[in-house]
Write a protein that binds this ligand. Structure first.
Ligand SMILES: *Cc1c(COP(=O)(O)O)cnc(C)c1O
Length: 373
């Protein structure tokens, strides 16, 4: 079946006890044994709870994976990969442009545990090749499109480089979503999502997921780490996430269409626009090959000048909400430079836009009036 159908019906799993078409929230943390002292269902919620398991089945199906694990946050999902797989002396390659909190965590984690870390421009194959150390690189991590410039990494090409060196290839696909890109089909071993963003879609649940291409030893190590350390998704959060995922295709196709149109209309104003769907974007050709059904719901504009000019624009906006995060039904604007601080590579005049489900004209008119000097 097509992914829209799988998502809308949450895999058509009916509650066997009642026939309910909405899966129940299983709040029990513990489950009884039968007369032979065998477990009837799951044992304990840190191992397995039917509500997050349902989420895992749906996202695994949408990504074409062999299995998925739900985590308490996107960061819990991402850090679990490094923590489960790497040991002192190993080396990892991560993107120079990408989710800021993960880069900061990797710096501290690698320094503390004696791991080598190279931050590379993953859109530059020569740079990736130079960063990889065959024999010691365990993980090549990429994010595409990447925060906040929406750089697009060629997954097939970087995956081949990683695999040739014996490294695991992991992709943060939060901003692509399974609607636009399926990294496993392009060679990824692991796909990570901050489900807090588009998968949940309503800015009301913190969650993360990993999807694997194979149920192998590496995957078992990650599952064991989650089991041992307990960074699992609770059933209430899992329910909200499952509910959000039912409308994933309708939401993302719509917000991405609006983002594309806004990117084009903003290009006629006095700002520079970064959006992978624009031919002016440096990675447009790769994006066109690698992304389907549009180019995502994220774009950035550079307003010229510095922080003061950018913040003045934000103050004039009335429709766009100034807040961090992305992927919700409401459009958000963020001045990443303020949030990340002066050591960030993000330009000080850049505003990141997360496009939601409002009418395109309201979003555009608001930006136009705010950009008037
Ligand atoms: C938000 C985000 C994360 C972190 O996810 P949390 O759910 O906030 O822990 C990781 N990667 C990307 C691209 C994100 O946008």
């Amino acid at each position: 079946m097509k992914p829209e159908t799988l998502a809308a019906q949450a895999l058509h799993i009916l509650d066997p006890a009642t026939g309910a078409i909405v899966p129940p929230i299983h709040l029990a943390t513990t489950y009884a044994r039968d007369a032979a002292y065998q477990l009837i269902g799951p044992g304990y919620t840190r191992d397995e709870n039917p509500t997050p398991v349902h989420v895992e089945r749906v996202i695994s199906a949408l990504e074409g994976g062999a299995g998925a694990l739900a985590f308490a946050s996107g960061m819990a999902a991402a850090t679990s990969v490094f923590r489960a797989i790497c040991k002192p002396g190993d080396h990892v390659v991560a993107p120079r442009v990408g989710y800021y909190a993960l880069r900061g965590w990797l710096d501290r984690f690698c320094a503390r545990w004696g791991l080598g870390l190279d931050l590379a421009d993953t859109t530059d194959l020569a740079a990736v090749r130079a960063a990889i150390r065959p024999g010691s690189t365990r993980i090549v991590w990429v994010e595409t499109p990447a925060n906040p410039t929406w750089d697009v990494t060629d997954l097939v090409a970087v995956g081949e480089l990683a695999h040739a060196a014996g490294a695991l290839f992991a992709v943060d696909s939060t901003c692509a979503t399974p609607v636009h890109t399926q990294p496993i089909a392009l060679g990824a071993d692991l796909v990570m999502h901050s489900a807090t963003k588009f998968l949940g879609g309503h800015s009301d649940v913190l969650a993360g997921v990993l999807v694997t291409a194979r149920a192998d030893d590496t995957w078992a190590q990650i599952a064991a780490l989650r089991h041992d350390e307990g960074a699992c998704l609770g059933p209430l959060e899992a329910y909200l996430l499952l509910r959000g995922m039912r409308t994933l295709y309708a939401r993302v196709e719509r917000s991405s269409r609006t983002a594309h149109s806004l990117a084009e209309r903003l290009s006629s104003l006095d700002v520079s626009v970064r959006y992978p769907g624009l031919p002016s974007h440096p990675h447009h050709a790769i994006a066109a090959r690698q992304m389907q059904r549009g180019f995502g719901s994220m774009l950035s504009i550079q307003v010229g000048g510095g922080s003061e000019v950018a913040l003045a624009v934000v103050r004039k906006l009335v429709v766009w909400v100034p807040a961090t995060s992305l992927g919700g039904v409401e459009s958000l604007v963020e001045h990443r430079y303020t949030v990340e601080g002066p050591t960030t590579p993000t330009p000080s005049d850049l505003l990141r836009l997360s496009v939601g489900l409002e009418h395109e004209d309201d979003l555009f008119d608001d930006l136009r009036q705010a950009l008037e000097r």
